[in-house]
Design a protein around this ligand. Structure first.
Ligand SMILES: CC(C)(COP(=O)(O)OP(=O)(O)OC[C@H]1O[C@@H](n2cnc3c(N)ncnc32)[C@H](O)[C@@H]1OP(=O)(O)O)[C@@H](O)C(=O)NCCC(=O)NCCS
Length: 432
């Protein structure tokens, strides 16, 4: 970051002396006002619930321009990465800053592959959960439990590299084990000759009686879902990972904290909600009635999979996911699937409706990813688990960046206290 020519001046209406703050500019996007000296100079904090106007770090990993509908990983547009690279190349890019050469790619794939198995003892953790436990509950627990296997790993000379590899490698195994435990089938071990995404499909859908037949179109679809969700700048779960990690906590425990945050319906749960919404609408003839309810502010009903806090013109990931949706449904002969037809009609109706057009509400990636995952055979309750599997690389890249940032400090937001001022504890017969 470089210092901008302008400075910001804060003045007060009560005549207190004004204070000057430096402004920094990054390589793209909004400039930031450095208010670190604010409290020392004025005795005042800023008030910004939800961090609507606060940059908590500088980062060189992911850039989003919501107005332009632009998402860049290390400078590369998501549209180009999704078409020209696979998920592991994207992981390498996010972690290392550059795309791998052919030799680096081969080595990285081999290293990840060698770490896909989890300690045999992990299965006993699974057996401690109720069989019908929500997959995210199981993932928070089991990813956190990995810290007990690698507790000393922070002391190893290059810890971040090893933790990143282990996490990227083991998440698919844990997600698939979560599914198998839930449906009551034996756990399936990873197979080293398969690609990252093909191996995940194998661990999900093979059984001891029948090997899952790998379908390249479906594997590519899963790989694209992973690429599109790999990182998204300083969102709630990423900020959670950074905050947890700022105390020096074990990286596996930090990722478990990120998974806990992602679980919420306002964050990672939207694709499940979008699919449930489609099922609830049911048939094409019910669309007008449903749209009328969405437009009625008192109904509390939203068109799930539409709108985004950051993207206000279009979500670049949605276009790619829409393409994948067509590919998968064609491959599986599901293009006449009633749910898909319903989704496409709903999309068209909403995109032509003044309510959505005037509010710049467009389909987001979740509108389509639920349909794709459903077609792949993934149950809706596991959608957020797949998201966690994809986002793990983003979390660990951001964690790693934070750990090596000399300006990094333990995260400690302040507050505006509105409770009771100091008072004396009354005797028990004088209370009430
Ligand atoms: C993502 C989301 C939370 C972004 O919200 P936001 O940036 O705060 O946008 P706002 O809530 O300010 O919405 C602006 C207007 O559009 C309306 N709106 C936003 N999303 C809407 C939706 N999905 N359906 C219907 N109306 C919607 C709001 O009611 C508001 O209307 P108003 O100006 O008349 O009051 C919101 O669009 C949403 O809930 N979408 C559905 C859930 C979803 O798909 N989430 C996944 C995100 S990847």
């Amino acid at each position: 970051m470089t210092t901008a020519d302008t400075k910001a001046t804060l003045s007060f209406s009560d005549g207190s002396p004004s204070v000057e703050f430096p402004i920094y500019k990054g390589s793209a996007g909004s400039e930031v006002i450095d208010i670190r000296k604010l409290y020392g100079a004025t005795g005042k904090f800023t008030y910004d619930p939800g961090f609507m106007s606060t940059a908590a770090c500088n980062s060189s990993i992911t850039y989003i321009d919501g107005d332009k509908g632009e998402l860049l990983y290390r400078g590369y547009p998501i549209e180009q990465l999704a078409v020209n690279c696979d998920f592991l190349e994207t992981c390498y890019l996010l972690l290392n800053g550059e795309l791998p050469t052919a030799a680096e790619k081969k080595k990285f794939e081999a290293t990840v592959t060698q770490h896909t198995m989890v300690h045999e003892q992990m299965q006993f953790f699974f057996r401690g959960f109720r069989r019908d436990a929500h997959p995210m509950a199981v993932l928070v627990g089991t990813v956190g439990a990995l810290s007990s296997f690698y507790h000393d790993s922070l002391d190893i000379t290059d810890p971040r590299h090893r933790e990143a590899i282990r996490l990227i490698a083991k998440l698919p195994t844990l997600v698939a084990m979560t599914y198998k435990y839930n449906v009551g089938q034996p756990f399936v071990y990873p197979r080293n000759e398969l690609s990252y995404s093909a191996n995940f499909m194998h661990m999900m859908f093979s059984t001891p009686c029948e090997e899952y037949k790998i379908n390249d179109v479906l594997v590519r679809a899963l790989d694209r879902i992973l690429t599109l969700h790999a990182d998204h700048e300083q969102n709630a779960s990423t900020s959670t990972v950074r905050l947890a990690g700022s105390s020096g906590a074990n990286p596996f425990a930090c990722i478990a904290a990120g998974i806990a945050c992602l679980w919420g319906p306002a964050h990672g749960g939207a694709n499940e909600a979008a699919l449930n919404m489609l099922k609830k609408v049911g048939t094409v003839d019910k669309i007008p009635e449903f749209i009328a309810k969405v437009k009625d502010k008192n109904s509390g009903i939203k068109l799930m999979g539409f709108g985004h806090r950051v993207y206000k013109n279009f979500d670049p990931r949605a276009k790619l996911m829409r393409e994948t949706c067509y590919e998968v449904l064609n491959e599986l002969g599901l293009h006449d699937d009633p749910l898909f037809k319903l989704a496409m009609t709903l999309e068209r109706v909403a995109l032509e409706d003044e309510y959505f057009v005037s509010r710049k509400l467009y389909p987001n990636v979740d509108f389509y990813s639920g349909i794709v995952q459903s077609a792949l055979g993934i149950p809706p309750s596991l959608f957020t688990g797949i998201f966690a599997m994809a986002r793990t690389v983003g979390w660990i890249a951001q964690w790693s960046e934070m750990i090596s940032d000399p300006e990094q400090k333990i995260g400690r937001p302040r507050q505006l206290f509105v409770g009771s001022p100091a008072r004396d504890v009354p005797a028990i017969d004088k209370r009430g």
